[in-house]
Write a protein that binds this ligand. Structure first.
Ligand code: CNA
Length: 247
């Protein structure tokens, strides 16, 4: 066990309230590409979508003005129905049995729930819930993927059926405010698998707003803008780190 992992283990053992703040890198080891890595969605130059910026393809502007393109991209890239949680999701679910742990995730894939975690704040929403934009009727989570309509429509009111994902240009859900509160009262914040470039999610990770004795740990393959602020930085894959931790 390296000194870094030993220190992380010690921080976890000594903390009562822990927040794990995660991003797309938590799910890459399950086979879901992130945004900014070499094989991430921003670097997949798919001829079909080449003319659009990735932010546009996941924006309310695209859903409203160009819905066929939105649903085509969504169906191709956001279908995680056959994807399983990896060691990091599973270990976090295990840790929740022992500590007051909250997961604050930017991910929309539902894999923390699938692994058994309960205390989850999804600050960018989720693909796992689907509703009619107009009458708010709920539909099964796989409705959009199963539907044969280019733009799925509500059988009751003909409104567009959409995922509960927070698109670029939309307000963040109430989970965001709760995440802020959980982070402010934590003894330990572990940030994992996020480039910390998406605002306002990244604004939550600022030691100035943490409790004075709160430790900040960052586990990410590449450096992040908050590395200098952290008590411990591990540039390694989350799977390699979490498989060594004992709860
Ligand atoms: P990002 O900007 O793509 O950053 C991911 C970071 O994770 C990068 O810095 C990588 O170096 C790092 N990384 C990748 N794999 C690993 C690993 N195995 N171990 C450790 N580090 C790793 O993604 P962010 O999460 O920072 O950006 C936030 C966006 C991405 C949110 O709006 C998400 O909704 C969106 N997103 C979510 C998913 C998902 O739900 N699985 C997938 C793709 C994008």
């Amino acid at each position: 066990m390296s000194t870094e992992i030993k220190t992380l283990q010690e921080y976890i053992d000594n903390a009562n309230k822990i927040v794990f703040f995660g991003g797309a890198g938590v799910s890459t080891e399950s086979g879901i590409p992130d945004f900014r890595s070499k094989d991430g969605l921003y670097n997949q130059h798919d001829i079909q979508f080449e003319q659009y910026q990735p932010e546009y393809l996941l924006s309310s502007a695209c859903l409203n003005d160009n819905p066929k393109v939105f649903y085509e991209f969504y169906r191709q890239k956001m279908d995680t129905r056959n994807i399983e949680p990896n060691i990091t999701h599973k270990k976090l679910a295990e840790l929740e049995q022992k500590k007051d742990l909250w997961i604050v995730t930017q991910n929309i894939d539902g894999l923390h729930q699938k692994a058994g975690s309960k205390n989850i704040l999804e600050i960018h929403g989720t693909t796992q819930s689907v509703y009619c934009e107009y009458c708010h009727k709920k539909f099964p989570y796989d409705y959009i993927f199963e539907s044969k309509e280019a733009v799925p429509k509500c059988p009751d009111c003909d409104g567009t059926i959409r995922p509960s994902v927070t698109l670029y240009g939309e307000q963040l859900p109430p989970d965001f405010a709760q995440a802020n509160y959980k982070i402010m009262e934590a003894d330990l914040v572990i940030v994992g698998g996020t480039s910390l470039t998406v605002y306002p999610a990244n604004a939550l990770i600022n030691k100035r707003y943490f409790k004075s004795n709160c430790k900040l740990v960052i586990i990410n393959m590449s450096r992040t803008e908050r590395d200098e602020m952290a008590d411990l930085v591990i540039h390694e894959s989350l799977g390699k780190v979490f498989e060594q931790l004992k709860f």
